[in-house]
Design a protein around this ligand. Structure first.
Ligand SMILES: CC(C)(COP(=O)(O)OP(=O)(O)OC[C@H]1O[C@@H](n2cnc3c(N)ncnc32)[C@H](O)[C@@H]1OP(=O)(O)O)[C@@H](O)C(=O)NCCC(=O)NCCS
Length: 163
């Protein structure tokens, strides 16, 4: 297991999202992302998680909801669709805590590999993913909207048993 936690203790928690989490998810989503998911997409994702078509988790820090993570499981290939830590709580190891949880879940469910797409400019996220064994396997041209124009996505893959 990757050692990613900068702080240890009982100050952080992650659990499956329930419909009552909607307002908190919207706040954290809008605070963290340049182009956040719409409320409609978030509602659909929570419903999909309840139906086990996706897996969505709520991250808390000192009992406060501060982020979330959403995965699309397709047999033994998972796709990380979203991971968010509210900007006020970034840099505390919480993103790494989420990814540790993701890999634990994936291992428990005999997942082979996890894929994700990330903005080419999001070096902070790319560094974090690299620490968890993700490597770049391709580029999607002009995939993400920017304030002005578009930017490429880097497609990354990690083998679950490699960390
Ligand atoms: C990507 C994201 C989830 C990472 O969450 P996080 O809680 O900051 O992650 P961590 O603290 O575990 O680690 C992030 C790394 O960046 C550093 N970092 C993060 N925020 C920082 C800040 N505000 N100041 C200084 N360093 C910071 C951490 O020290 C750490 O570096 P390291 O890997 O060299 O130790 C978070 O930045 C985020 O929500 N970003 C916006 C949404 C997004 O881009 N999601 C990814 C889409 S693919």
């Amino acid at each position: 297991m990757a050692s990613d936690e900068k702080e240890h203790g009982m100050d952080r928690d992650i659990r499956r999202i329930v419909p009552e989490d909607l307002a908190d998810v919207i706040v954290n989503e809008n605070a963290a992302h340049i182009t956040p998911w719409s409320e409609k997409l978030i509602v659909e994702s929570i419903q999909a998680s309840i139906n086990n078509k996706q897996q969505a988790w709520l991250l808390s820090y000192c009992n406060k909801p501060v982020g979330h993570m959403v995965v699309l499981p397709i047999e033994d290939q998972w796709e990380l669709l979203n991971i968010v830590v509210h900007p006020d709580f970034q840099g505390k190891g919480l993103g790494g805590y989420c990814l540790n949880h993701l890999f634990q879940q994936a291992r428990n469910q005999s997942v082979h590999s996890i894929y994700l797409e990330v903005r080419q400019s999001n070096s902070l996220a790319i560094n974090l993913y690299s620490r968890f064994g993700f490597i770049g396997i391709g580029v999607r041209k002009n995939y993400y909207r920017k304030t002005q124009g578009w930017e490429d996505a880097r497609v990354m893959q990690a083998f679950v048993n490699s960390i």
